[in-house]
Design a protein around this ligand. Structure first.
Ligand code: NAP
Ligand code: MG
Length: 493
């Protein structure tokens, strides 16, 4: 097992190209711990030459990997999953140091990453084809699936391990090779995953990691003609830019932003709804694409709901996630998230919302150098307020009341996004009505965990195209091939 500081030292200023850790020509970019402002390490700013070297390595490796036996790929994926489990504590510390989330959540994320390796290890041997009836008995049509080729994975900073893992594992299982470009502020988790791949003696070039800014390194991958597919998770704005700026035809999956509603009906268990709202609004400081941004509560339950929500919110512990095991919320990873949280708060207050919890930085000298904000609840919100219309991606939620369920549904669907929606109700007719009519890729009822690794996960409208998770997530990395063969009959028919 490796210690955290040893791993960080090993990865400092490095890229992963063609199976090796190589020192980036330029590595003057500082990664700072959002909880303390302390330096975590220096990271490479990949040059065009280094990006090309990574893509060429992936291209070269694809020739063999794409034709390798699926059971061979299964073995590698299981092995990498095991190596990640063995070092899960150190990897979790690295994740918390660069991202800020509480260590127990980071550890959970690393274990889910390992689970993703094992899940896709099993799926690799289940890429089946079909035989298709023809209009003559002398023809056979078979449809097989082949790997797409070289994938560029471009990922954000909120789940630095899982969002790399979903792409990398599914791509490798399908027989693709990959170049990963993680978010500029959380590169070490991705580098650590790439390093685990080298430790598993994965053939050189199958997994490469380049670091640097999205506008340069990410864009260079988008414009590279040797890349066959872009697997992107990030904002809708950058997703659209990527779609517009590709210079050759490429497959794309775009997992984009959300603005997710929760509807609490008159027949909901209010304590469960409050607990769900807390978990999905404030976990990871609200920096979750499927975070609950806005809540609609039946008018008969409104006062009970907001009183309990405010009280439970005030009991949450905001602390340095690395050294305080009690932390419910750690530091906020990105300056942009903090600024948008403050902006949405100010906008809602001007337009008449009431603040019932949070609304400021936590007090205390211990947290003074970090990027912190108290979990914040605004009530009496309406759709004039940005908080009810835009993704905040911070620790704040807006609550509004309704008197007719059809109006709550209309407000919930009144958004360009379509990633996830939540419902709390104990009435089967309400559940049927809402789950059928919410225009979202994922609907969670009486729970707030909308995604599981076994089921397809994706957004609609401006929340993206394509799916991750499940068998479907792997098949996104395959092309169909139809092979139609004519036979000469030997039986005179
Ligand atoms: P972002 O600003 O869109 O960045 C995502 C990634 O794209 C980063 O690696 C970024 O690099 C890179 N990038 C930026 N400009 C680029 C360009 N012109 N060409 C190629 N790549 C470029 O998103 P973020 O701020 O990191 O993450 C927050 C967003 O992600 C939220 O909107 C959230 O909803 C969304 N998200 C969606 C899902 C989902 O499954 N649907 C999951 C998680 C997050 P730099 O870091 O260097 O800028
Ligand atoms: Mg960004």
């Amino acid at each position: 097992m490796s210690t955290t500081s040893n791993i960080l030292k090993k990865l400092d200023g490095m890229l992963i190209i063609n199976g090796k850790l190589v020192a980036a020509e330029r590595s003057d970019e500082k990664i700072k711990n959002p909880a303390t402002g302390e330096l975590v390490g220096m990271v490479g700013v990949s040059t065009a030459k280094e990006v090309d070297a990574a893509v060429n390595a992936a291209r070269g490796a694809f020739l063999k990997w794409g034709k390798s036996l699926p059971k061979n790929r299964t073995r590698y994926l299981h092995r990498i999953g095991e190596l990640i489990e063995e070092d899960s504590e150190s990897l979790a510390e690295i994740l918390t140091m660069e991202q800020g989330k509480p260590l127990k959540e980071a550890h959970g994320e690393i274990l889910k990453l390992a689970e993703t390796f094992h899940f896709y290890a099993e799926e690799a041997v289940r890429i089946n084809g079909e035989t298709i009836p023809n209009d003559s008995l002398h023809f056979d049509s078979i449809v097989i699936r082949e790997p797409i080729g070289v994938v560029a994975a471009i990922t954000p900073w909120n789940y630095p391990a899982e969002l790399v893992g979903w792409k990398l594992c599914a791509a490798l299982a399908a027989g693709c090779t990959i170049v990963v470009k993680p978010a500029e502020i959380t590169p070490f988790t991705a580098l650590a995953i790439g390093w685990k791949c080298t430790q598993a003696a994965l053939p050189p070039g199958v997994v490469n990691v380049v670091t640097g800014s999205g506008s340069e390194v990410g864009q260079a991958l988008v414009e590279n003609k040797l890349i066959d597919k872009i697997a992107f998770t990030g904002s809708s704005e950058v997703g659209l830019r990527i779609q517009k700026s590709a210079t050759s035809i490429k497959k794309m999956s775009l997992e984009l932003g959300g603005n997710c509603p929760l509807i609490v009906t008159a027949n909901a268990n209010i304590d469960d709804a409050v607990k769900g709202a807390i978990r999905r609004s404030f976990r990871n400081c609200g920096q979750i694409c499927i975070a609950i941004n806005r809540i609609y509560v039946d008018h008969t339950k409104y006062n009970e709901f907001i009183t309990k929500l405010a009280s439970l919110t005030k009991s949450l512990v905001v602390a340095n996630g690395l050294n305080n095991p009690e932390a419910d919320l750690g530091a906020i990873a990105s300056e942009d998230s903090l600024n948008k949280t403050k902006k949405h708060l100010e906008d809602a207050l001007i337009k008449g919302a009431r603040l019932v919890a949070g609304g400021s930085r936590p007090v205390g000298t211990e947290l003074q150098n970090g990027r912190y904000f108290l979990p914040t609840v605004l009530v009496d919100c309406n759709h004039e307020m940005d908080i009810m219309k835009e993704e905040t991606f911070g620790p704040i939620v807006g609550v509004s009341k309704f008197s007719e369920l059809s109006k709550a549904l209309k407000m919930a669907n009144d958004t360009p996004y379509g990633l996830a929606a939540y419902v709390f109700s104990k009435n089967i007719d309400e559940i049927k009505y809402l789950s059928s009519n919410l225009d979202y890729g994922n609907v969670a009822v009486n729970n707030v965990d909308a995604g599981i690794i076994n089921a397809p996960y994706g957004g609609r409208k401006q929340s993206g195209i394509g799916y991750e998770h499940g068998r479907e997530g792997m098949l996104e990395y395959t092309n169909f091939k139809h092979i139609r063969t004519k036979f000469t009959s030997l039986d005179g028919g």
